[in-house]
Design a binder for this molecule. Structure first.
Ligand SMILES: [Zn+2]
Ligand SMILES: [Zn+2]
Length: 356
């Protein structure tokens, strides 16, 4: 089969690899759609992981083979797949900090090599603990693979919003209106918050507006901090979500929060140092929070949100690439254009691929 294989920093090659063999309790999935996540781009762009690997974890497709002992799934089932599932028993699981569980940190989906998701390939092997502990979600017939590929990212956004403990009527500023920023904005609004959005690209604010996020700040023209303060009697937002990677906006995000407000870092996945004013945390009593990856406790809600189409997530997809153009897809996702939003790879689009 074909796969986009990571060989190190900024080095991904389209190659032939063997179709993964599955063992007892496992599933083989034929990938229909796999979204490109910011964390995939971070790993490729920084060379943070050993090579070779096959990334891609926002996977939806069809079960084509089941291992011995699998009773809940059959070939032909349409599914979406989580690549991490916590053990449920360790210190971190007991404290509901699932993303820090040692079992959760093990990736349970692979298209070969060190398990790394595997969605940027034709077939993915789903390992036994993912299958046994609820990491594979059966899709109702009316839910498209494209819509279903958002179940994992929606879960991560729900978890981020839950971290903020929003009260109805609170003011939230979401900085960055890429696909994740829009999902975070919609979910904050769902909690009853008054949501403001900001982005450097007016095109993105127009797209956000189409999802009901109408109070926007064009950060190429206006200072987002000043604008939010003007709208909140000079105080600043009750909560600020930073959905832009890197450290350059952390200071502005903290400034945009009112005294006693909360700031959520949602896209700061690269370790390093950042400049903050410590008195904003101590004297101004602002809280700096973080959220990473998904929560098993939110899985049902995330599945229901996506499958009942509370949000038309497919509309966030602006670019669909066959696997043969995976490198182009990754390049576009890493260098987004004003009008490009979610980029997905669709091995099932491939006219020559086995089974399509
Ligand atoms: Zn992801
Ligand atoms: Zn655990």
């Amino acid at each position: 089969m074909r796969a986009a294989v990571y060989h190190g920093r900024d080095d991904v090659r389209l190659e032939q690899v063997p179709v993964p063999r599955i063992g007892s309790g496992e599933l083989l999935i034929k990938v229909h759609t796999c979204g490109i996540c910011g964390t995939d781009l971070k790993k490729i762009g920084t060379g943070s992981h050993s090579a070779p690997r096959i990334f891609g974890h926002e996977t939806a497709g069809v079960v084509v083979e089941t291992g011995a002992g699998v009773t809940k799934f059959s070939p032909g089932d349409r599914v979406s797949v989580f690549h991490h599932i916590p053990c449920g028993e360790c210190f971190y699981c007991r404290h509901k900090v699932f993303a820090q569980c040692p079992v959760y940190k093990q990736v349970g989906c692979t298209a070969g090599y060190e398990p790394s998701g595997g969605g940027f390939s034709e077939y993915v092997r789903v390992m036994d603990w993912i299958v046994a502990r609820g990491g594979v979600v059966k899709l109702p017939p009316e839910v498209s693979f494209e819509q279903a590929s958002f179940i994992e990212p929606i879960n991560t956004c729900m978890k981020g919003i839950q971290t903020l403990r929003l009260q109805p009527g609170e003011t939230v500023l979401v900085m960055g209106q890429g696909p994740i920023g829009i999902m975070l904005g919609v979910l904050a609004q769902r909690e009853g918050a008054n949501v403001f959005t900001s982005d450097l690209f007016p095109q993105r604010l127009t797209i956000a507006n189409g999802f009901g996020l109408g109070r926007s700040i064009d950060a190429s023209q206006a200072d987002a901090v000043k604008a939010v303060c003007q709208w909140t009697e000079g105080r600043g937002a009750d909560a600020v979500v930073l959905a832009v990677a890197g450290t350059s906006l952390i200071r502005a995000a903290i400034e945009a929060a009112r005294p006693g407000g909360r700031v959520l870092l949602f896209a700061q996945t690269v370790r390093g140092e950042a400049v903050i004013d410590p008195a904003t945390i101590c004297v101004d009593e602002k809280s700096l929070l973080g959220s990473y990856s998904a929560s098993i406790d939110l899985q049902q809600e995330a599945v229901s949100f996506v499958c009942r189409r509370e949000m038309d997530l497919e509309r966030l997809i602006t670019h669909r690439f066959p696997l043969s153009r995976a490198l182009e897809a990754l390049n576009l996702a890493a260098h987004p254009r004003p009008e490009s939003m979610k980029v997905v790879i669709q091995p099932a689009l491939e006219p020559g691929s086995p089974g399509s």
